[in-house]
Design a protein around this ligand. Structure first.
Ligand SMILES: C/C=C/C(=O)SCCNC(=O)CCNC(=O)[C@H](O)C(C)(C)COP(=O)(O)OP(=O)(O)OC[C@H]1O[C@@H](n2cnc3c(N)ncnc32)[C@H](O)[C@@H]1OP(=O)(O)O
Length: 251
């Protein structure tokens, strides 16, 4: 049923795995569509109390597929719809979401963690928000959520320089709950998920709802404003040349 992700349900836990390991699980239009449908399916299923998000092949995701960002106006609009769709969906999911991250979490691979209720990552995971480096601007409400999470000075540093950071920095800055030994993030996420499924679902849902009261409207507004800016910058000649250069140099 899904092309770019796997969805498995066991013991009240839905495991959503991005499955494009040959490109470090880069997210193309189809992947967004699959992720949106899988989160909605898991949230609606009576067999699911908790959702775990991870990537295949021991990697999380290298972010948006770069080739989609230089594939012309129609694909660019599909990407914008996909990005907007996944963040709107995540802001409305009622059940707890836990992310398990290894090796790479770049671009939307990092910003999506700001929308998960908990996250665990291998200590040597390479996190990065390279929006300015690519010639675009922040997405996923990260201009707001990152500042709330890490404080303005670190958010400025991460979003303006686009430097890499690792699991221990991500833990220190509350982007993840804990940096695990490399290769152990999924086990850590599943262990918490197994604890959560012992609690009544109504309590999990109500607690999540109270913790996030009023957030989804604000998040959806910021996501939309950011995507307008992102899309404008993406169309510029300089940005298209930068991304084309990256795409062609990896061929
Ligand atoms: C709205 C959302 C926006 C965003 O998410 S913006 C962010 C977009 N993402 C990026 O800019 C990341 C681009 N990728 C990288 O910078 C590097 O990768 C990493 C630092 C993540 C990892 O580097 P290394 O471990 O040396 O792996 P490798 O050889 O670069 O990649 C392995 C294969 O994966 C393909 N790949 C990696 N990232 C992407 C991507 N984002 N889109 C499409 N393909 C990607 C490569 O090309 C290559 O493929 P081949 O083996 O055929 O040469």
């Amino acid at each position: 049923m899904y092309q770019d992700i796997n969805l498995t349900i066991d013991n009240k836990i839905a495991l959503i795995e991005i499955n494009r390991p040959e490109v470090l699980n880069a997210i193309r239009v189809q992947t967004y569509q699959d992720l949106i449908a899988a989160f909605k399916e898991a949230d609606a299923s009576d067999d699911v109390n908790v959702i775990v998000l991870t990537g295949a092949g021991g990697k999380f995701t290298a972010g948006n597929d770069l080739s989609d960002l230089v594939a012309g106006d129609d694909i660019r609009q599909d990407v914008m719809d996909g990005v907007s769709g996944i963040f709107t969906t995540l802001s409305r999911v009622k059940k707890p979401i836990i992310a398990a991250v290894e090796k790479v979490a770049v671009g939307i691979g990092t910003t999506i963690l700001l929308h998960c209720d908990m996250a665990f990552a291998g200590a040597n995971t390479r996190f990065r928000l390279p929006f300015a480096n690519l010639g675009v601007s922040p997405e996923g409400a990260s201009s707001m959520l990152l500042t709330e999470s890490v404080g303005p000075k670190i958010a400025n540093e991460l979003l303006l320089t686009g430097r890499f950071f690792d699991g221990s920095e991500a833990e220190k800055w509350n982007i993840i709950n804990k940096a695990t030994e490399d290769g152990q993030a999924l086990e850590a996420a599943m262990s918490v998920a197994q604890d959560l499924v012992k609690q009544p679902l109504a309590s999990l849902i109500t607690t999540k709802q109270l913790l996030n009261v009023g957030n989804s409207e604000v998040i959806e507004e910021v996501v939309t404003d950011e995507l307008e800016a992102f899309s404008l910058l993406l169309q510029s000649e300089d940005t298209q040349a930068r991304i084309n250069h990256l795409v062609n140099s990896s061929k």
